[in-house]
Design a protein around this ligand. Sequence first.
Ligand code: G6P
Length: 606
Amino acid sequence: MCGIVGVLGTHEAAPLLVEALGRLEYRGYDSAGIATLDEGRLGRRRAVGKLVNLSDKLVHEPLRGHSGIGHTRWATHGAPTEANAHPHAGARVAVVHNGIIENYRELREELSARGIGTSTDTDTETVALLCQLYLDQQMPPREAAAATIAKLEGAYALCFLFEDEPDLLIAARKGSPLAIGHGEGEMFVGSDAIALGNLTDRITYLDEGDRAEVTRAGVVIFDAQGREVTRPEKRIAQAAAQVDKAGHKHFMAKEIAEQPRVLAAALGHYLTPEGRIALPEPCIDFTAIDRLTLVACGTAFYACNVAKYWFEQVARLPVEIDVASEFRYREPPMPARSAALFVSQSGETADTLAALRYAKGQGAQILSVVNVTESSIARDSDIALPILAGAEIGVASTKAFTCQLLVLGALALEAARQRGTIDEATLAAHLQGLRALPGLIDQGLSIEAECQRVSRGLAEARDILFLGRGRMYPLALEGALKLKEISYIHAEAYASGELKHGPIALVDEHVPVIVMAPHDELFDKTVSNMQEVMARGGKVLLITDTKGARIAGDGTWEVITLPEIDPLWAPILYAVPAQLLAYHTAVAKGTDVDQPRNLAKSVTVE
Ligand code: G6P
């Protein structure tokens, strides 16, 4: 979603701003803009579409000056037009914003009552105009910004730039993340450390409600109560801020290929060298709870769906599961002996964060499984478990999904151990299975050429069905999501047993049906459903292992064969063909794989 950057530099700011915005492209956006101070005067350039349009504009209409702010906008209020693109401005102030100002209608009315009209459809314009009003009332910029921020309701990360103030940026955070970057005689503001990756590795994260006065000499931070506070400065590892494709055509391809390595890193964190589970201390007491609530959005939600099978089957722990946007408004009661676990790659998804705060308000113990350890969700959790996937840039989540599964799998085994629902030998076997994963995924990646070939056929389809049973049902859901989000082909997933309750009506020779079925205890049942499809002329792509292919491969359209695996962990391995089929179908269709239309990487508005 929207990305923010601010520069108080010693060189021309415009190229730095555009470069930093490029590093924020992965979040998803549909217009971009910058503002700089040229000899104290505010100048703005904005353009619809990709960043290259803004760069082109800057070639013909350059902006000079060492101080500036920039923004990539993912439209919420108002279409992605140049007028609605940020920065928004009054006569002497420019503002960039990530989030939603919920009281913008009231603010508009207040402004209108004073004869101040708006010229865009956005909520953000009211912030700029309100600040301008305070400047007109002779408030100095710092006070005008503070007074403006005090009037805002909703979620925001904001950065203000003032005319005739080349050594000042005001940044504020409530509900959307924001970081301050420290340079040598330079200072920066960015939505995250990735944005500032080429500018500095010294970062101070703002806390909820913080307002920061940034000058080249440093930063002064005030908390929500207006007290001056100190927030720690951290050094960000180079790798965390690295956003290159390492020779791959797309970030998604790179991230798929990285899975053996990042899974091995996560295993190193969660298993001791002797192969026992190692969770951070103190961790959750699974004998003290009778229910676990799992909440997330998107791909992370499907990871929760898989984990439900693990916690229930292996640890005999009842699991409630919901998408965050439903959970937060459903107001579910949370029994005393329960815990809630939130899964999020970014750690900033607005609905997941709100759901977490609801559960916290209900007195539940809060766990999270996150990739970004500095994120709001991690900070608000009693226990935050990192997935150690490294920066994930492709909008379609891949390595974060398999790493989430690995951490959830280790947690489910720990729950089973604590609750005494697993014997030593079975536990050791499943742990051994987990340790084998990086190697199996590596072998699994060798099906890429086959997936590429099959994907040419999939790319011709208008609709595609995915089927799975038991632990493979969530994988079918994830496969359909992955495919539709990047190839724009309509794809739906069903529990295999549900097929004859409706979706079988869709089956004909034009609708490929992708069946995910390792040779496990439910294999025969799934194969029966697959036969029902083939009996009606359906075109089946069976994804299975050698045994499964031997038994059920006949009469299918295609078979993709994966290595044999402990059936418990099959969802982690079977994520690979789901990812590769989506990727190669999207490439065959020529879509924008890493930044599919309308989607955002981190959904910071509800
Ligand atoms: C967006 C992304 C998905 C992601 C979902 C949840 O929709 O495009 O890839 O799965 O948000 O994001 P989170 O950061 O909370 O895992």
